[in-house]
Design a protein around this ligand. Structure first.
Ligand code: BGC
Length: 752
């Protein structure tokens, strides 16, 4: 391939085909380049089910109906399982469906960090914690790719809000970027070796993600070793030439008639190796996704059962005043209340919308169970979904039904219009009509069990006392009613744990003063203190903490032992947690391990999740859970050296069933690497003194010239505070004082 060429022969077939690869052939497919051994590939949303559209009328907003496919639970739900194997199994099932209809790239998983509960797309994302996010999104991608379908990790990066998402600049400091927002992608990539990544719409510190050489080439490829393709979000590229040079391979949707890249190539403005890289990466993607479609047809029934299992395993029992699990014994009077019981919300809106193969409502599943078991069951709507205003007639009817029932199963949640791609919420409360309803029902003698359906956090703070039990089902996918019945009736013992904090009030949330920003710009003022890192640092009361989730049995945390490994080992320490099921049922528990860094090397959160394991225990059973923490999980981003670092020191290691229920704790000292900071004349006197090489050399010069004299010498002798004061002064200032026998030039020369 050549760039500059004479007009008659330009472009030659090889170059023309190569250039055509930098954008799609149309809305959902890539161009073929036979001269380079590259066939056309098909892409489709993603992430929790397939959205394969009729090519006549495509869109990227989920407006047009797509071919029917299994609607799996979205990331918000799966995240609460804390179970990478389960998430991988869902990814694999999705991969099978994709493969069967000729889709080569599924646009997901989405793994942006939940910076604010208001983000309209939180239902598509996993967690506020980068480790949990990275491990689970990595598992989803791995599952897809076992079927020969590329995962596409999106939206890279720092796309944490929908407001102004096409223009907004997310202004984030370097440490926060590395430790929180990029970290999730770095971990997911390592866990999955994903074959593609989608660059986001937004800007990062002023630069469009899709045109950032730093992001797409230096960090993603050079540092992390990513060898797949980068595809743009739909319509995210402003300048296709800049995007290509930055490391973006495929601009979508396809704009083959746009010749800007061709023109730039023709005028020698693009290096030959930039285009060659794109060609070889597209070829690699073809190879990775090659192979015939599976011979056996998709077992949609089995996939429906997987949805049911995944949704039930992800349900979070927030509260239970001994009313769950329910039994539908003959004669028992059950009221099912809430419009959501017959018009369920089981997925979010936007580009991820799936045309489900079937949908089971709460009423379908519960009434069938009641018929089987002999309980008496009745329904009342209670509220309308079309408006948040409460209708006295609906409320009165529901209260009357509750009055003649033993138990109310109350379906509450967010109507579809509350959360969707393209816009953020403005509140974390349920609609007023639902709050009025739960409060009114709480006045009756019936036991009130709330089943919640929502894709982003809602606070129960105002009404939780009116309910005897609350189960957060999030968005279950198409087996909605089945999963709800399985959990409420005890077929499945809930084991989900919150992957995000449920705040009490919007005003308490970390980004409250900086969300969603203004003038096309949003400042991430809370820094690394996102989610529980923030609530814990400020000791803020929450509705339910990160990691919380009850069970129908009880676990006792009996003991924690931590064995520290030597510095040469990639594992920093191994924790052994002894846990016992002291209840009467089989149950699963997510044993969580948090670390507080007391090394004092940087400002660090009160505690950070550093490992977990989900295990099952029979009644009376005792197990030792082993969690090994890799050294890199102890590291923080050290800006002066532009690297990850952990200098060693004291750690408080704690374990329990939630970030705020940690009965086990132990203190250990873990070795780390020395941090060699580059110093100059503006480094402090203390930094110079502590520097292994330059400290002694500086003092040799001082001693040769008779030592320090005057005020500086006195202060340095003063252990009562003077010494610390002098140590904190830059050397460039110290040399300005009388009695210091070194010049600024000498200091500069030494540092150089
Ligand atoms: C969304 C992506 C999606 C793409 C294609 C965009 O609007 O942000 O997540 O994959 O459309 O539908």
């Amino acid at each position: 391939m050549t760039g500059l060429a004479n007009d008659e022969t330009w472009p030659d077939t090889s170059s023309a085909e190569a250039l055509s690869l930098s954008t799609g052939a149309d809305y959902w497919t890539t161009a073929a380049a036979p001269a380079h051994g590259i066939r056309s590939l098909r892409l489709a949303d993603g992430p929790h089910g397939l959205r394969v559209q009729n090519d006549e009328n495509p869109d990227h907003l989920g407006l047009e109906r797509s071919a029917s496919a299994t609607c799996f639970p979205p990331a918000v739900t799966l995240a609460s399982s804390w179970d990478p194997e389960l998430v991988e199994a869902v990814g694999q099932a999705l991969g099978k469906e994709a493969r069967a209809v000729g889709v080569n790239v599924v646009l997901g998983p989405g793994l942006n960090i939940k910076r604010s509960p208001l983000c309209g797309r939180n239902f598509e994302y996993y967690s506020e914690d980068p480790l949990l996010t990275g491990m689970l999104a990595g598992a989803a991608a791995r599952g897809l790719q076992t079927e020969g379908v590329a995962a596409c990790l999106k939206h890279f990066a720092v796309n944490n809000q929908e407001t102004d998402r096409l223009r907004v600049s997310a202004n984030v400091n370097e440490r926060t970027l590395r430790e929180i927002y990029l970290r999730a992608f770095q971990i997911a990539l390592r866990e999955s070796a994903a074959w593609s990544v989608m660059s986001s719409y937004n800007r990062i510190n002023g630069e469009f993600a899709s045109q950032s050489h730093w992001l797409l080439t230096e960090v993603l490829r050079q540092e992390w070793g990513f060898d797949g393709i980068v595809v743009s979000d739909w319509g995210a590229v402003r300048d296709p030439v800049e995007a290509l040079k930055a490391g973006l391979d495929l601009r979508m949707p396809g704009r083959p008639e746009d010749k800007r890249v061709h023109e730039a190539w023709r005028h020698g403005q693009i290096d030959a190796n930039v285009l060659e890289n794109t060609v070889s990466r597209m070829r690699l993607l073809c190879e990775r996704t090659a192979g015939p479609a599976p011979a056996s047809p998709i077992d949609y029934d089995a996939h429906h059962l997987l949805v049911r299992k995944a949704a039930a395993e992800s349900a979070v029992l927030l509260k239970n005043d001994a009313v769950l699990p329910l039994s539908f014994e003959p004669g028992r009077k059950i009221a099912v209340i809430g419009e959501l019981a017959r018009s369920p919300r089981y997925q979010g809106a936007g580009s991820s919308r799936v045309n489900a193969t079937r949908v089971v409502t709460g009423w379908d599943a519960l009434s069938a169970k009641a018929d089987q078991m002999g309980a008496h069951i009745e329904f009342s709507g209670g509220y309308a979904l079309s408006s948040s205003q409460y209708l006295p007639s609906l409320l009165t009817e529901a209260v009357e039904l509750a009055g003649r029932s033993d138990t109310v199963i109350l379906f509450l949640g967010l109507p579809g219009e509350y959360e969707a791609e393209g816009r953020d919420r403005t509140t974390i409360e349920l609609p007023d009509n639902q709050i009025a309803l739960v409060e009114a029902l709480g006045e009756t003698d019936a036991k009130i069990i709330v089943a919640l359906s929502n894709g982003s956090a809602v606070t129960s703070h105002a009404w939780r006392d009116s309910a005897h039990a609350i189960v957060e089902f999030w968005l279950t996918g198409q087996a909605h009613g089945d999963a709800v019945a399985d959990v409420l009736l005890g077929q499945v013992n809930p084991s989900g744990k919150l992957a995000e904090t449920i705040p009490r009030r919007l005003e308490d949330t970390p980004a409250f003063l900086n969300f969603p920003g203004e003038n096309q710009s949003v400042d991430y003022g809370e820094g690394i203190f996102v989610g529980y890192r923030y609530y814990d640092a400020r000791d803020i009361e929450v509705d339910y903490p990160f990691g919380h989730g009850l069970s129908y049995t009880t676990f006792e945390y009996c003991g924690l032992e931590v064995a520290v490994r030597p510095l040469t080992d990639t594992i920093a320490f191994d924790a052994k947690v002894r846990i016992r099921n002291i209840g009467k049922r089989f149950g699963q528990e997510v044993v969580q391990l948090y670390v507080e860094d007391n090394s004092g090397f940087l400002s660090t959160p009160r505690r950070e999740l550093r490992g977990w394991k989900k295990i099952g225990l029979a009644p009376g059973e005792d197990k030792i859970v082993e969690i090994s923490v890799p050294r890199e999980r102890l590291q923080h981003w050290h800006v002066p050296t532009a690297d990850w670092a952990y200098p060693g020191g004291e750690l408080i290691v704690s374990s329990g069933g939630s970030s705020r229920d940690l009965p086990l704790e132990t203190i250990v000292t873990v070795p780390g690497e020395d941090i060699v900071v580059k110093i100059d004349e503006w480094s402090t006197f203390g930094e110079w003194m502590d520097h292994i090489e330059l400290g002694p050399r500086l003092f040799d010069i001082i001693e040769e010239r008779g030592g320090l004299k005057g005020r500086m010498a006195d202060l340095l002798e003063d252990e009562g505070g003077g010494r610390d004061a002098v140590r904190s002064v830059p050397l460039a200032t110290i040399v300005e004082f009388p009695g210091v026998p070194v010049t600024l030039e000498e200091v500069k020369a030494l540092a150089a």
